[in-house]
Design a protein around this ligand. Structure first.
Ligand SMILES: Nc1ncnc2c1ncn2[C@@H]1O[C@H](COP(=O)(O)OP(=O)(O)O)[C@@H](O)[C@H]1O
Ligand SMILES: [Mg+2]
Length: 391
């Protein structure tokens, strides 16, 4: 029975230990302290020495609160206290991006880039502005279709200001914000304010989308009100960003509170070409003759789609030894309806030079006449003869 008793106590200890590990791994020293305090009370009667050791540990985490703690990411860690967590799920409510200097500028239209750069500049020269009694831009809302670089631009802005970006993604945290009368939301804002962070309320239309769900209406109203108050109370020292793909769903009262509106458009052809080049990375020189064709194939796509397509081509090249010309041609063939005229000619000539397809077939695919193909690429070497491969 002595053995039995020990087993139970061991199980108990194991459970406590597992909880500690979870909280430590999550970097949540506040929650960790709460648990330690509970353990001190729990073990005080049965194991006074053990309880005292925990108590000492608890005290030391308290005194370290103003300096670096073992639970944080080292002395350069930006957050001065643990990130807010959802009390039930134990999941962190925010994602942190700490890009600092290691992020390339997003590929945007000149006008938008200028707007963004002036927000950054106002932050950097805040003292100069405040000497004249002028406040910097405190908040901005980023609007545009998915995958055009809203989140990326928020990261870049934060990096330029030398602050980490904290993202509260409203699509993923709605359930933990609802039913808690805005407590979780306040925790996030309090925390971001205290750390002078750049806070991004991502997919902010998620608040509106839920409106259809009748049972949530009262709670949602409280949540919107809470956000309005937080935006109003946002200090000059921090930068508050919000992003949405659905501006029409954003509460007008909320919309009005943002100082600046940053409008992201679908990328133009030259931006797409620059993106193709960027995403090809060190492989770019090998694809140089096909850049226009590839970019043209991706016309009307978001840069996020472009990135995915290029990544898949590069994998194909490495794993299956597919040549750049063939990859470019097959990308173009998949998006034939998007190609502009020069790109169609490009594609036709690439196909003709590859000698894999009759001029008739190339004409059917690209709409470029056989005469034109012959004029630029010379006579078809496979006319009337066996074909190497079917188009
Ligand atoms: N303007 C851009 N410049 C460079 N890369 C981009 C751009 N837009 C999208 N991307 C690429 O696509 C990814 C997803 O973009 P993201 O910023 O999440 O889009 P959004 O937030 O607008 O939906 C980025 O991480 C980046 O790799
Ligand atoms: Mg986004």
């Amino acid at each position: 029975m002595e053995v039995e008793g020990k087993t139970d106590e061991l199980k108990d200890l194991e459970a406590d230990f597992a909880n500690l590990v979870l909280l430590a791994a999550a970097g949540s020293s506040e929650d960790l302290r709460l648990l330690l305090a509970k353990l001190v009370r729990k073990y005080r009667a049965r194991r006074p020495d053990f309880a005292e050791r925990i108590n000492q540990a608890l005290k030391s985490t308290q005194t370290r609160a103003s300096g670096p703690s073992v639970l944080r990411r080292g002395p350069t860690a930006p957050e001065a206290s643990p990130l807010p967590m959802d009390a039930d799920s134990r999941l962190s409510l925010i994602r942190v991006f700490d890009d600092l200097a290691g992020l390339e500028a997003p590929l945007l239209t000149q006008g938008l880039l200028k707007q963004i750069q002036s927000i950054v500049r106002e932050r950097r020269e805040r003292d100069k502005l405040s000497a004249h009694g002028i406040r910097p831009t405190r908040s901005a809302i980023l609007v545009g279709p998915p995958g055009v670089g809203k989140t990326l631009s928020a990261r870049w802005i934060a990096a330029q200001i030398g602050k980490p970006l904290w993202i509260l993604d409203l699509t993923t945290v709605m359930s933990s914000l609802l039913g808690k009368t805005g407590n979780n939301l306040r925790a996030v804002f309090d925390h971001a304010r205290a750390n002078e962070a750049v806070l991004l309320l991502d997919e902010i239309d998620a608040i509106a989308k839920r409106r259809s769900d009748e049972s949530d209406v009262g709670e949602l109203k409280r949540l919107v009100t809470a956000i309005l108050q937080e935006v109003d109370a946002w200090p000059d020292t921090g930068l508050l960003l919000a992003a949405t793909n659905h501006p029409e769903l954003v509460d007008p009262a909320l919309w009005r509170r943002f100082d600046v509106i940053l409008t992201f458009e679908q990328s133009d052809p030259s931006t797409i070409e620059a993106a193709v080049r960027r995403f090809l990375g060190p492989d770019a020189p090998a694809y140089e003759p096909f850049l226009h064709l590839m970019a043209s194939s991706m016309h009307g796509h978001s840069l996020s789609d472009v990135e995915r397509a290029i990544a898949s081509m590069r994998r194909d090249a490495v794993l299956n030894g597919v040549a750049p010309a063939d990859l470019a041609v097959s990308l173009a063939a998949q998006h034939i309806d998007r190609l502009d005229k020069p790109a169609k000619l490009d594609l036709a000539l690439q196909l003709a030079r590859a000698n894999g397809m009759s001029h008739n077939k190339i004409m059917a695919l690209t709409g470029v006449s056989r005469d034109t193909i012959r004029k630029y690429a010379g006579p078809s070497p496979i006319k009337g003869r066996g074909r190497k491969k079917e188009g």
